[in-house]
Design a protein around this ligand. Structure first.
Ligand SMILES: *[C@@H]1O[C@H](CO)[C@@H](O)[C@H](O)[C@H]1NC(C)=O
Length: 479
């Protein structure tokens, strides 16, 4: 009996070491999960939907005058009197919090999960003392909780850093113990468990402290530049040639709001509408929040003005308004975890209004990231590929399903499974608003629903690689 157990254990350990970087799929070589294949005879796929063409017509701007910019200087006001920091233009977006109040919320949620897991572990350890067979389950739970925690603990908090290292040490230690002195040393495991409990209490106290700090809105000095305009191209032409946060007012009569302008890439004039770079903002949000926008427009990292963009979604209302003003191009830039960069650019990009659920229309691809939005995933073929085209799709969030996967069936909703709001078809070749995974490679097991819910651009890195950074910026199209 003992020998048999040992054999099992060895097999288990060998498997356990592999399963973090290897997907135990159905043995296929290409495991492209972006689509939801047809279950033959039980459902069908209709790719044809009404999709308006992107806004064309006259350009709002002629080419850039070559000399216009030299005379003007960008000056900045000392500080907005009422500002007190980078308060977002609309109240719903809250106050910027570069010290990580958002992270704190995530952390707190996670801490609760871990605590529950640990509590569940306790009786299991007791069981172990009686029946050594249960050791398998124990190590299994331990690995799961560790993997789960690794997935979500992606912040720079020192306390958590220490905590993570120690739990990892404990995990290694437990595995060793199980290997060598199995099964006589159950009591050691109980001690370890108690230590983990202590550490969680410490973490709880740290979170409580941060809670207190976060009661007051965090404040940063974010002077508003004197130059403003209709959008970032307008600002550029008025002399705002530094990349930073600006106030814009696309149409007279609407309220001005803050955006980040990239005034350097491809001669500038780009208005940032989406940005991911460190996972600090949760993108799994409701329809209303995607409509209004969320996240941090810009941060001051010590230079006295807000020249570093934060993670944010500008908001579908604003994106729609800006792209319907005239021909608009979009530039999607992305970066992997080794620092390689590629981009995809569309000469035409329009988001219709909310009455048509913000239908996406793009055209005129160029770039080296792959034309996922128009052609779908090149890993897939036939209908499977068509299912991953985003052009012509409506916007979906987890509480508002407008995708093309069995419309009306509440169990078949792309946004619920794939982590963010997006123009899902059935479902995606690109998922820029997906879950943020530190390090890139992730697996079916790590994903909440077993789907490729990461920050994915299939035509560059496939389904199981979550990008380090991705952003989308728009500019009025001109020659
Ligand atoms: C579509 O995907 C399913 C499942 O992945 C596969 O069985 C089928 O052969 C694919 N169809 C095509 C045309 O590649």
């Amino acid at each position: 009996m003992k020998t048999l157990l040992l054999v099992y254990l060895c097999v288990y350990v060998a498997w356990g070491q592999d399963n973090l970087d290897y997907d135990d799929g159905e043995g296929t070589t290409v495991d492209a999960r972006g689509h939801r294949p047809l279950t033959k005879g039980r459902d069908s796929y209709n790719p044809n939907r009404y999709s308006p063409a992107p806004v064309g017509g006259r350009n709002r701007y002629q080419g850039r005058p070559t000399t216009a910019l030299t005379g003007q200087q960008v000056k900045e006001q000392k500080e907005h009197p009422d500002a007190g920091g980078c308060v977002h233009a609309s109240d719903e977006m809250g106050v910027q919090c570069p010290t990580g109040c958002e992270l704190k919320t995530t952390l707190k949620k996670q801490e609760r999960d871990v605590k529950t897991t640990i509590n569940n572990l306790k009786p299991q350890v007791d069981d172990l003392s009686r029946s050594s067979n249960n050791i398998f389950n124990y190590v299994n739970s331990m690995s799961n909780s560790l993997r789960e925690r690794q997935r979500i603990f992606n912040d720079n908090n020192r306390v958590v850093g220490q905590y993570t290292d120690r739990v990892e040490e404990q995990h290694v230690y437990i595995k060793e113990t199980v290997d060598t002195i199995f099964p006589s040393n159950i009591r050691v495991l109980q001690g370890v468990l108690d230590q983990i409990r202590l550490k969680i209490q410490k973490l709880e106290r740290a979170i409580h402290t941060q809670d207190e700090l976060c009661k007051e809105p965090c404040k940063t000095k974010c002077p508003i530049p004197v130059v403003s305009g209709k959008e970032c191209e307008d600002i550029f032409r008025r002399g705002g040639i530094e990349s930073q946060m600006y106030m814009i007012q696309p149409e007279s009569g609407s309220l001005p709001y803050r955006v980040f302008c990239d005034q350097t890439t491809q001669n500038g004039g780009w208005l940032l509408i989406q940005n991911r770079l460190d996972g600090s903002v949760d993108f799994g949000r409701r329809w209303d929040q995607y409509r209004q926008g969320f996240g941090n427009i810009a941060l001051d990292v010590g230079k006295g003005y807000c020249q570093t963009p934060g993670e944010y979604w500008l908001g579908n209302e604003r994106i729609s308004q800006l792209t319907k003003m005239g021909p608009t191009e979009v530039l999607i830039e992305m970066e992997d975890w080794t620092g390689s960069k590629v981009n995809a650019q569309y000469r035409q990009f329009t988001i219709q209004s909310e009455t048509s659920n913000y239908v996406l229309a793009v055209d005129g691809y160029s770039g080296n990231a792959g034309n996922g939005l128009l052609e779908g995933s090149t890993e897939l073929f036939g209908e499977n590929r068509t299912m991953t085209i985003h052009n012509g799709m409506m916007f979906s969030t987890y509480d508002r399903d407008n995708d093309n996967w069995n419309p009306g069936d509440p169990s078949k909703q792309c946004s619920r499974e794939d982590g963010g709001g997006w123009w899902y078809n059935r479902c995606h070749s690109a998922n820029p608003n997906g879950r943020y995974y530190i390090g890139g490679a992730y697996t079916r097991r790590m994903a909440k629903h077993g789907t490729d819910d990461g920050v994915v651009w299939m035509n560059w890195k496939g389904s199981w690689y979550s990008l380090k950074a991705i952003n989308m910026k728009i500019r009025p199209y001109f020659k």
